[in-house]
Design a protein around this ligand. Structure first.
Ligand code: ADP
Ligand code: ADP
Ligand code: ADP
Ligand code: MG
Ligand code: MG
Lengths: 112, 294, 112, 112
């Protein structure tokens, strides 16, 4: 199993969730985060001067999937989250050694 | 000033105003630009980098860093060029392309001056900063090629980026020396003969930072225009990597027509620090070109 | 060492922390997250209100532990977090290659 | 590539970002989290108030970097985030098997 971590633009969340549902993935954990990168933050007026806030709100998705679904899952996220403009985000794949469904004690792929 | 100096200055100022103008519409499509600006022809800043009017980006800044290093060194040193790029990166510039960042970081970590050959280094980030080498080797085409490739390879090591940088360097050189645009076209056509993917007529319509798309768009704009303003405006209104496309179109058109024919309203808007740095670097780089090649 | 990631119902946090303290684990990092589950459109009571939005507030625990504590740690979390009702959550185990305690520069198991 | 997870004191964020910029690192994802530490019951000053609750606000940084940058990156974080007082935080290193830049489909080291 792998943990797929995706950092995306917040307005893309629904579109990405739909694309994942289309490949049979409905379980995930979502966090609001601050993104720092090449994309510049919005400008704000503070004490009369304009300055650029250096982060942008992003949404982080964490999705544990069986190995055979990794490629489809990544592909679905990239396709749905892409706008072609700087700041679209990243997908990272991290190994997972065990998964447990708390409610039922199921382990491995049947836990996710 | 003599006409050659004026054309060298034209190339460098053309680069800077092309960068500043194009930066407003970088990453936009031609139709988005048309909707927002009708025709974008004035330096107004803004864009995805939230620029002040007249502010330049990495295209001009890396060129200035390279020029400054050559002048300080009194000649050529690839390591001095790499150190200049590193100092520039650590100054937290407004933008750095990914390939440039990775290459400069590699130099910082292990001191190596040459990137490994790689498929994903065919961007325009090395070609865009090469003008100071051209001006400093005006009378030595062998040194022009050698030094261009040495500075390019600090970050980009790909045959198409190599070929395009050298071709653009020769074109710019011929224009500064006073040759016609036809001499320039011959060099462009020789590039296409050796690497057919660079075929630029009819214009394929792509404007990304991939060196092929950039060069095609620049050559089409320059060869179908008859003034500096026309060349740069035509180039940047196509969007995409508009600041680099504008900078390279400005470099060629400025070399062709000379500094006096660059729109005065653009020069007035250009960041005064950049304007003065360029005016100082041009005679110093030309002085290097009249030394024997070291 | 392993990174244990646990997604649990928010009201279970104290109970899980106590269960972990009982097996000698006191250090962890906690994040408020949104959970999306396979079971769509269910309602949950959260702070007295019934939710029918498609996500539910969850709490994510991240706990880096030495290998020999992984089983005990996972077991403690599952036992304490379980209600038997949909949405109890997950435990994931991810490999950790290095750990550093910033205050002292200690590395490895003595860092956590 | 590795995922570097750093938990630090919130006021240290700017200093850590500057230290990372000095090693050529600009991209990262930041989350506000709650830290629970081994050292119980200590108080910390946070926005002018003394805390005696059992958690403290922390900031989590997630930075994916190529292997050759891991040591320098961790070193920069530790040096900048250290105060020598309890609660300075942790740095963890987790393996990353794939990275994708959503905007361009680039993979591997050219994705970060
Ligand atoms: N090395 C990294 N590690 C973790 N997250 C990153 C990294 N680089 C960028 N990010 C995240 O990806 C987002 C987009 O990155 P950015 O450089 O702005 O644009 P792009 O991904 O389009 O090239 C950032 O806001 C940040 O949340
Ligand atoms: N594949 C997954 N990857 C990451 N988190 C998940 C995944 N599936 C579920 N979750 C998290 O676990 C929570 C509970 O999942 P859910 O499917 O609703 O119930 P249960 O775990 O009881 O079967 C979700 O709200 C979400 O936070
Ligand atoms: N085992 C752990 N796993 C994950 N995060 C931890 C762990 N232990 C501590 N932390 C995080 O590190 C922070 C500092 O830990 P603490 O034990 O208070 O001090 P110190 O790191 O100075 O020894 C905590 O507030 C928490 O966010
Ligand atoms: Mg630029
Ligand atoms: Mg550009």
């Amino acid at each position: 199993m792998k943990l797929i971590i995706a950092i995306i633009k917040p307005f893309k969340l629904e579109e990405v969730k739909d694309a994942l549902a289309d490949v049979g993935i409905e379980g995930m954990t979502v966090t609001e985060v601050k993104g720092f990168g090449r994309q510049k933050g919005h400008t704000e007026i503070y004490r009369g001067s304009e300055y650029t806030v250096d982060f942008l709100p992003k949404v982080k998705l964490e999705i544990v999937v069986p190995d055979e679904l990794v490629a489809k899952c990544a592909e679905a996220i990239v396709k749905a989250a892409k706008t072609g403009k700087i700041g679209d985000g990243k997908v990272f794949v991290v190994p997972v050694e065990e998964a447990i469904r708390i409610r039922t004690d199921e382990r491995g792929e049947s836990a996710v | 000033m003599d006409s050659q100096t004026e054309r060298a200055l034209g190339a460098y100022l053309g680069l800077a105003v092309g960068d500043a103008l194009g930066a407003t519409v970088e990453f936009m499509t031609a139709s988005e630009i048309a909707t927002t600006h009708r025709v974008h022809r004035d330096i107004v800043g803004g864009g995805w980098l939230h620029l002040k009017p007249g502010q330049v980006t990495d295209d001009t800044q890396m060129s200035l860093a390279l020029g400054r290093a050559m002048i300080a060194w009194g000649g050529w040193s690839t390591r001095a060029a790499a150190d200049a790029f590193l100092k520039w990166m650590l100054s937290m510039p407004i933008d750095i392309g990914h390939t440039c960042r990775r290459g400069i970081r590699r130099y910082m970590l292990d001191g190596s001056l040459c990137a490994h050959p790689s498929d994903d280094e065919a961007g325009n980030g090395a070609a865009m900063r090469n003008l100071p080498v051209v001006i400093a080797t005006l009378h030595d085409p062998v040194a022009l090629e050698q030094r261009s490739l040495e500075q390019v390879h600090i970050t980009h090591h790909h045959p198409l980026s190599d070929a395009a940088t050298v071709a653009l360097a020769h074109m710019t050189r011929r224009l500064i020396l006073g040759d016609s645009i036809e001499a320039c076209r011959k060099i462009a056509d020789d590039l296409v003969a050796r690497h057919p993917q660079f075929r630029y007529a009819p214009w394929p319509g792509l404007t990304s930072g991939y060196i092929v798309d950039t060069v095609q768009t620049v050559l089409d704009a320059v060869f179908t225009s008859s003034s500096v303003e026309d060349a740069i405006v035509r180039a940047v209104n196509r969007g995409g990597d508009a600041d680099t496309i504008g900078a390279l179109a400005g470099q060629l058109a400025g070399a062709r027509y000379g500094a006096r024919l660059i729109p005065a309203r653009w020069l007035r808007r250009l960041d005064p620090g950049v304007f003065h740095a360029i005016r100082g670097q041009v005679p110093a780089l030309l002085a290097l070109s009249s030394q024997r090649a070291t």
